[in-house]
Design a protein around this ligand. Sequence first.
Ligand code: ACO
Length: 441
Amino acid sequence: MADTLSVTDNRTGKTYTLPVEQGAIRAADLSQIKAGGDDPGLTCYDPSFGNTAACKSKVAYIDGHKGILRYRGYPIEELAEKSSYLEVAYLIVKGELPTASRFAMWQHNIKTHTLVHENLKRFMEGFRYDAHPMGILIATVGALSTFYPEARNVSDVHSRRMQTRRLIGKMPTIAAFAYRHSRGQPYVYPDNELSYTGNFLSMLFKMTELRYKPNPVLEKALDILFILHADHEQNCSTSTMRVVGSALADPYSCVSAAAAALSGPRHGGANEEVVHMLHQIGSTAKIPELIKQVKAGERRLMGFGHRVYKNYDPRAKIIRQIAHEVFEVTGKNPLIDIAIELERIALQDDYFIKRKLYPNVDFYSGIIYEAMGFPMEMFPVLFAIPRTAGWMAQWAELLADEEQRIARPKQLYVGHGTRGYVPIEQRDEVGADETEVRGPL
Ligand code: ACO
């Protein structure tokens, strides 16, 4: 059978043959299908990109129906068990696992870029005491572009590599400074003798001791959580990274925009919402009431559902396992019992079964973060740090892809036809419908 699709346009009776490549037709091929003379050609309407591939990528593979996630071909379960975040970051950015010498060089390169300019520190000091750390992170990463103007030269591979090291190196520092700022505590400078996550914990939690010793269980748990969050193909924030990158904006501006997308409660802000929701429920006895509200469409069950996974999110499974190891050190977070019971009830309920709604990565991560002592506002920040490796890999892939031009979707115009301008004194106030006049803003 030929890899083609035959389409008959019932408006004209004409049949077209479109090539099919990797299960996709090219949307541009549809434009040859015209109803008549000045018809610009057929387009496809796909709000929220539910069924549109915008790029070819080699970074991450997801099979949402089987619950599979792989980075560069390696199953997420194997990487979580055997690798480390910095090794996974190398894999994602460079495409292959490093040799011992290349890994040593990579670690050195990242660790020598953990410090930030003192002016950047002062920039952060300008935020109000109660500023949301994600807002601080978004603004500060954007501000980094002014410290490295050469980053604008996105076609220079040496510059791209340098900005990648800087971003992966500095994200934990900026995140930790944002946290210390909200606590009114002095910023702690990086300790490059420690591991990536050990140093992050030190910058967050070091008080007056000369040397911070991270708890190895928590250090490892955070490292695994970072591995699980390192990439997830063309989600909302990664697509934002690519859209902004397609205009050839510098990578700091791109990462800042991607982090802004991540801050939303339907994306990286969801684990914060999960913990809010679990606190609000307070006890397992109130779960049926919550489920009733969800089924009535009054609210969403946060941490459940996914655009791609129509099965258990493989990351959620791993996180659920880590939770118990973390609780042995921190003491049990009572929210875990509510979460497990909520999952059990939801997974037996027709509403969730029919819609294939399973726990996603955010369902359990917030409970662990809370047990580790992170305030809820830090949760999306903890997501943005490891995702930086994925964003940078996807950005580099975009720039190397000759098929990519500036991102520019189409629209189907459904507004008014041509209207004549009416002078203000002639416009009718009477009878105008308030919502129609004001619109959604
Ligand atoms: N609770 C209740 N119902 C849900 C939920 C949920 N969490 N998620 C989806 N649904 C329902 C919808 O109401 C819809 O039902 P309908 O067909 O009767 O109208 C159906 O399931 C399909 O939902 P969509 O909104 O079309 O799914 P979409 O793919 O657009 O949304 C999303 C995915 C945003 C993740 C959604 O499931 C959601 O809002 N979940 C809660 C927030 C969350 O946990 N986000 C984190 C995602 S993971 C990440 O970003 C890292």
